[in-house]
Design a protein around this ligand. Sequence first.
Ligand code: FAD
Length: 378
Amino acid sequence: MIPRSSYDEDHEMFRDSVRKFYEREVAPHHAQWEKDGFVPKSAWAKAGEAGLLCATMPEEYGGQGVDRRYSAIIMEEQAYLGFTGPGFSLHSDIVAPYINAYGTDEQKKRWLPLMARGEIIGAIAMTEPGAGSDLQGVKTTAIRDGEHYVINGQKTFITNGINSDLVILVCKTDPKQGAKGMSLIVVEAGTPGFTKGRNLEKIGMPAQDTGELFFADARVPAANLLGGEGQGFYMLMQELAWERLQIAIMAVASCEAALKWTIDYTRERKQFGKSILDFQNTRFKLAELKTQTQIARVFVDRCLDLLMDKKLDVSEAAMAKYWTTDLQGKLLDECLQLHGGYGFMMEYPIARAYLDARVQRIYGGTNEIMKELIGRTL
Ligand SMILES: Cc1cc2nc3c(=O)[nH]c(=O)nc-3n(C[C@H](O)[C@H](O)[C@H](O)COP(=O)(O)OP(=O)(O)OC[C@H]3O[C@@H](n4cnc5c(N)ncnc54)[C@H](O)[C@@H]3O)c2cc1C
């Protein structure tokens, strides 16, 4: 394989400690969490203790002030082991950065250290039953009333939604406007009028809680507004490249893991007196998939380097998200096929990875929306 050049020795030491954490603290429990439908808060606290949460946040707010390659390592190691339960990346690398970038000093001191310790869990609520790809169509309103906002509306498909203690809510403070009327408001669990609905039953990622959230005259202090009123859409646009690259990072790691499982399996499994790997069809299929995964790896690492230099633009991140998640879907299908009937059995990681991967083409902006974004640059 082409050597990776984005990571130094410190990164690799960190990688080693992250892998050990997942092997020690997640591997023995993930199957139970899949049955439960969520990752318990005790596991979040352990991740916080081990430095896996909010690592890129400044030290004064409980983080370690490290660069985003450390986040990529946490995502990769989780994906290599096929553990889709812990929603750590959304908490640390999507929710926390909004608070860090747009929060007041008081807001940061109040929430970020608790998030870094895993004492509170973060979520971000954009999607509504009637507003998915078209984010400007959100109908949830937050109307100012003295020192509070009064919030009404409904959100769905929210990752960490059931476990969440803190939700960055995308809402309209000026419902007459489109994008210009959108704001981000932090809503804390326990706020009267804010309730959580079902933990939604999904075809994959069963250990990750995905919930519905309801707001009925929920009164939230005006001090929970992030940034300025009407700035929500602008703020959401700023980190899109990083948010989409995260999905690509997980996609490539998942492809690498699946290739390894499949090479190991087809080497062991014998039919017609030889290993499945010795059939030319198997070698050709795996040669194609290995080539494509290598191309994806080089492209995504390069995107990460560009991100570090603040030079990754939204359309390149969209390319990474769309192409790697398409590859992930195709690769898992082919790799499952090479496992024969065993590939259909949930006790094999390839079966779970196949189901878990399906959503990668949908969330974070669907792959069709990614092509729209790329198309606009033609
Ligand atoms: C497991 C999971 C976790 C999620 N986590 C979160 C979360 O934490 N927070 C959050 O806010 N949301 C979350 N989502 C929601 C996710 O981001 C949306 O599902 C996604 O953006 C698509 O929106 P939609 O489901 O309403 O589909 P729609 O927008 O209704 O799209 C339906 C189909 O139409 C296509 N389409 C739509 N518009 C166009 C267009 N202009 N051109 C061409 N085709 C188009 C789409 O590509 C898709 O194929 C999650 C979803 C899932 C499944």
